[in-house]
Design a protein around this ligand. Sequence first.
Ligand code: HEM
Length: 144
Amino acid sequence: MLFGRSKARNRCLGKIKLFEEHGELLTLFEKFRELKTKEDQANSLELQEHANTVMTTLDEGIKGLDNLDAFFDFLHQVGASHRRIPGFKAEYFWKIEQPFLEAVETTLGDRYTENVQNIYKITIKFIIETLVNGFDNANTTTPT
Ligand code: HEM
């Protein structure tokens, strides 16, 4: 597992600057929180928790590559679940691409060779494309 419960994981999560670098996404998150019912709020993912969720999802995505049906189902569902966030655009998923690659680089250190870098570049692109497809093709009335 790339992002285990290790010091390396904490380090790499610190590097996920998604919301630092994209203040407008933070606003979406806050607006979403205001809109939610009490029950929803109880289940709500806080921002930091969402960073963990993102990394776990990517991790699961990579691990799931040996079963493509399950891979597509899982990531399509995660993509589609972002339909309930008012103002969310599919292109926002791409904002995770660079922070993710930086996190991999930090985690792997010397092992981050050009070859490995290429593999991760292709992999994250494939995962994000799948999230975007899930979002784009979701039926807005489908429960998430
Ligand atoms: C690759 C990028 C991302 C991944 C893998 C990801 C993954 C997830 C997952 C697994 C959930 C929980 C879904 C569920 O409850 O069914 C979630 C919820 C959410 N995500 Fe993302 N996400 C990504 C990007 C973003 C971005 C860019 C935003 C920007 C606002 C965002 C905002 C949210 C919000 C507001 C929720 C709902 C939180 C709640 O229930 O309290 N996500 N995300």
